[in-house]
Design a protein around this ligand. Structure first.
Ligand SMILES: [Fe+2]
Ligand SMILES: [Fe+2]
Length: 273
């Protein structure tokens, strides 16, 4: 029996949107995602292709290096919280100070699991290494010769934008990133579980250990909680700054995010033959 995934990424995203109250954020994400429906089916095809047989270690190294570049964004999250802290510390208005600092705290909440807080300090970086090692039995994939330009471009767009662009822009990146990651992990969990089981002979407990990096994001709905945390961060920022995070910025960020991540994953998938 081949790989047969019933739930599309768009369907998974729809379930998360259903949890949101009616409002600009829900409407904007829904519309932006629908406008990019073709990109999501091409992302799904890429993950299916990459999990359709056992590829050489050389090819897998390209994937492991590139995929990591599209995730694990603790540094930009930290950078954005530092920016919000600066605004909070500089404010002499008690209420405004508190709202900036709360916005920072909610934003930082999106890195708690990634740091391994409450999980014996086992970071998601470490889990990713274990996931990678289970397939290629080495750390070679970390070498820059396995870099994919498009994946690195995505990663530096996230870092630079969260540090240098306006705070609404930066918050929108973090918000959409968590939203997108939930759907991507839900999908890739199934493709990788299938591939590791069928082509790598990883079974039972060994499989559970190997795929833990993806599973921790699914099992505890980690990314949904992170997404909700950024929505709280946006609300607190709006209260502190007395400005609304515009739907134009939200739209723009979501569109760039999807285009860039799709370009990265598609470029990697093209190397799989
Ligand atoms: Fe994570
Ligand atoms: Fe997250």
């Amino acid at each position: 029996m081949g790989l047969n995934i019933q739930k599309t990424m768009i369907a998974t995203m729809g379930e998360v949107l259903d949890m949101l109250p009616e409002g600009d954020i829900k409407k904007t994400i829904k519309q932006s995602v629908q406008n990019k429906a073709d990109k999501f089916s091409s992302l799904e095809k890429a993950f299916e292709k990459m999990c359709s047989k056992k590829y050489s270690d050389e090819t897998m190294n390209l994937f492991l290096n590139g995929w990591k570049a599209t995730h694990l964004k603790m540094l930009p999250i930290y950078g954005l919280s530092c920016r919000l802290n600066q605004l909070g510390m500089a404010s002499e208005d008690k209420e405004q100070k508190l709202a900036f600092l709360e916005s920072s705290a909610y934003n930082a909440k999106t890195s708690h699991e990634d740091l391994g807080m409450g999980f014996d300090a086992i970071s998601h970086g470490q889990l990713y290494d274990e996931f990678a090692f289970s397939m290629v039995k080495s750390d070679e994939w970390k070498l820059s010769k396995y870099d994919t330009k498009e994946a690195n471009d995505f990663s530096s767009w996230v870092y630079r934008s969260m540090l240098l662009e306006s705070i609404p822009y930066a918050l929108c990146i973090n918000m959409f990133s968590e939203f997108y990651n939930h759907a991507e992990y839900a999908y890739s969990f199934l493709t990788f579980k299938y591939s590791m089981d069928n082509f790598y002979g990883i079974k039972g407990q060994e499989l559970e250990d190997a795929i833990r990096y993806i599973d921790v994001h699914n099992q505890y709905e980690t990314e949904i909680h992170h997404f909700m945390a950024v929505i709280n961060a946006i609300e607190k920022y709006e209260k502190a700054s007395k400005e609304k995070v515009s739907t134009e910025i939200m739209n723009q960020v979501i569109s760039i995010y999807i285009d860039k991540v799709c370009e990265a994953i598609e470029t990697i998938a093209k190397k799989f033959d």
